[in-house]
Design a protein around this ligand. Structure first.
Ligand code: NAD
Ligand code: WQD
Length: 345
């Protein structure tokens, strides 16, 4: 396979970043990873190298410091950047707003400055469905009104505004905001996956930890939402499909300067109990649960209108909920303590 471009992937050791680095390498790109390992392990990169037989250049550094990024742009023939590096926990962002604004916004500034100086103009940004707040209409199109109800969401909205202005500042920039819905699952090899530190905030890693015996039962946050079974409905998307969406965005934007925004989801809404049932079906494991109070700030229902990504990027999700559950469990059962298991052998 002929080598395509060199792509700098910030946060490439993390959950979505590692799956995207693997996908890039498999599609002939030359991914270069920058990560400060604040929420990840170098083991993910080692395993990507093992799966692909590629050598992935890795730089352990903080993207908020432009002076650390400059040498990489001299050393590597970087033609584009995919920017995952950010803090992502909604609850923590309410407790530590300054840390979130600083990390998520300064990281963006610093990267854009260095890219500008080195004349690199292809940029793909990890945005989030959180920018839709409590949307009035589902499925949610990209044209829906945006709002933020917590500092994390605010950093994504502000980043999109900054990127719009940067794209307008000179004609060469090609920038894509990818608004992910709920990424779950893991690479089917079971070698890389989601490795949350502490008690998971998100549904799927919580379920897999119940299945593996780390947690006794799932707490279902509310069963009186106006949904088909009263529990919250979301658009879960397999992380491998999400990774492919990034490659599709890179390929599309190359010939299309300006700023673009796409939802990446499946377009299908699943309730918490739908996920529990799908998990039990796909894995044969039983998931005990209790209904508890709704979680403050949660919306009843959010799922994507995916028609724009399908028409323009020619990308749509291929995996369904059963495969998401199967692969999440495959990863968790093979790595009960995530990458920690590799460190202790
Ligand atoms: P993650 O925490 O697994 O990955 C983020 C990576 O960035 C980690 O490896 C972390 O060590 C690194 N990082 C953080 N700050 C850094 C800094 N200043 N310098 C260098 N590295 C830094 O998270 P993820 O789930 O893979 O999310 C990736 C991106 O996608 C984030 O921007 C997140 O906000 C966004 N996103 C995630 C979700 C989700 O549910 N996982 C949904 C929508 C959007
Ligand atoms: C899903 C559903 C919960 C845990 C978050 C961020 C969002 C985006 C994606 C980054 C909801 C219910 C959950 C549990 C439960 N991330 N639940 N018991 O809240 O849709 O989105 O991740 O951009 O910004 O807010 O995802 O996985 O936390 O919750 O009942 O222990 O599962 O109430 O209905 P959410 P989630």
């Amino acid at each position: 396979m002929t080598k395509k471009e060199s792509i700098l992937v910030t946060g490439g050791a993390g959950y979505i970043g590692s799956h995207t680095v693997l996908e890039l390498a498999q599609q002939g790109y030359n991914p270069i990873v920058v990560d400060n390992l604040s929420n990840s392990s170098l083991e993910s990169i080692r395993r990507i190298e093992e799966l692909t037989d590629a050598t992935i250049p890795f730089y352990e550094l903080d993207v908020v410091h432009p002076e650390s990024l400059h040498p990489i742009f001299y050393e590597q023939p970087i033609e584009g950047v995919i920017h995952f590096a950010a803090f992502k926990a909604v609850g923590e962002s309410v407790e530590k707003p300054l840390a979130y604004y600083q990390n998520n916004l300064e990281g963006l500034f610093s990267l854009l400055q260095v890219m500008d100086q080195h004349d690199v103009s292809q940029f793909v940004f990890s945005s989030s469905c959180t920018v839709y707040g409590d949307a009035e209409v589902v499925p949610i199109p990209e044209t829906a009104p945006v709002s933020a109800v917590n500092p994390y969401g605010q950093t994504k909205l502000m980043s999109e505004i900054i990127l719009r202005d940067v794209a307008q500042s000179r004609s060469g920039w090609s920038i894509t905001n990818l608004r992910y819905f709920n990424p779950v699952g893991a690479h089917p090899s079971g070698r890389i996956g989601e490795d949350p530190s502490g008690i998971p905030n998100n549904l799927m890693p919580y379920i897999t930890q119940v299945a593996v015996g780390t947690r006794p039962f799932l707490r279902v946050f509310g069963d009186t939402y106006p949904t088909h079974d009263g529990t919250g409905v979301r658009d879960y998307i397999h992380v491998v499909d999400l990774a492919k969406g990034h490659v599709a965005a890179l390929e599309y934007q190359k010939a299309k300067p300006g700023v673009h925004t796409f939802n990446l989801g499946t377009g299908k809404g699943s309730s918490v109990l739908d996920v529990v049932k799908a998990f039990e079906r796909a894995t044969g494991k039983s998931i005990p649960y209790e209904i508890v109070e709704a979680r403050p700030g949660d919306v009843a229902e959010a799922y994507a209108d995916t028609s724009k990504a399908s028409t323009i990027l020619h990308w749509s999700a291929e995996f369904g909920l059963d495969e998401m559950c199967r692969d999440a469990w495959n990863w968790q059962s093979k790595n009960p303590h995530g990458y920690e298991d590799a460190r202790s052998v």
